[in-house]
Write a protein of this length. Sequence first.
Length: 303
Amino acid sequence: MNKRWNVVALLLALGSCRALPEGASCWSIDGRALIAVPPEGPTRDVAQRQLDEARAALAAAPQDRDAAIWVGRRLGYLAQFREAVVVFTDALRVHPDDPWLLRYRGHRWITLRNFAAAVRDLASAAERCRSEPDAMEPDGDPTPGRPPHSTLHYNVHYHLGLAHWLQGDFTAAECAWLDCLAVVRNDEARVAVTHWLWCARMRRGDPAGAAAVVLPITAAMDVVENRSYHQLCLLYGGKVRVEEITPLAGSAGSALGFGVAHHALVTGDRERARTQLRELAASPGWPAFGVIAAEAELVRQAW
C-alpha cells in the first residue's frame, strides 16, 4: 500500500470514529457527510411498494435467504444503505458465509466507503464460489426485452476487484477482474470488466497488456445497458475519440465520467483529469461507483 493510499485509509478510519449527522449515510473519503437522496415521485412509490412486499415475504419466511436478499436490495434502491447492511448481516447469522449474502453486503460496504469490510466479505465470497455453482443474478429493475446479464461469480469478482482498486491495490484488482473475465457470458458483462482491467493494467505500467484486453471490443457488440463501459473500451482501443463519446445520465454517466477522466490521467493530461475528477466527486449521485472512484483518485493523487 503506497503512502498516498495510507492517507486515504487514515481519512476513512478517522471518519468512522465520528458520529454521522442526522440523515447522513456515511463519510466521503475526503471527510464530507454524504446524505442519502432517495428516488422521487412514481419511482419512489414503486420502490416503496416493492420493499413492503419484500418485507412481507421475509416476515412469512424469516429463514429464507432469498427473501432477506430482496429486502436488502430493495432498501438499497431507496438509498437506505446502512439498513441494507443490517438486513444482510442478520441473514448471515442464519446462513453463515453464504456467498450471495456476502456479495450483496460487500457491494453496500463499497457504497458506504468501508473498503476493508468490502474486501473481507467479497474475498470470502470468492473463496466460497470455488464450491458454489454459478447462477444468473435476477435484475432488480430489468430493462424490457433484456435478460439478466450477470452471475454470482461475475459479481463477486467484479466487486472484489473494485474494492481492491479503491484501496489502491491495482495488482489484486487485476487478479480479481481476470477471474471475473473468465466467467463472462455476454457482451454487457464483458465490456464492464474489460474497462476496469484496462485501467488496472495501465496503472500497473502494462500498456501492452491494457491494449490486448480491449482488442476484442468492437462497436458491433450487443450492449444496451453498459453503454458507458462500451464507449470507454472503444476509446481505450483507439476506435473512437473523446469528442465522439455520447454523454449519459445517472450512474452510467458517472461511470463514463470517471473513465474519461482516468483516461486523461494515464495518458498524461493531469490538469484535465483533475478538473473532471473534482467535478465528479462533488456530484450528488455519490452512491455511483464512478463517484467513489473519483473521490479515491483525488486523494490518491494528493491534488
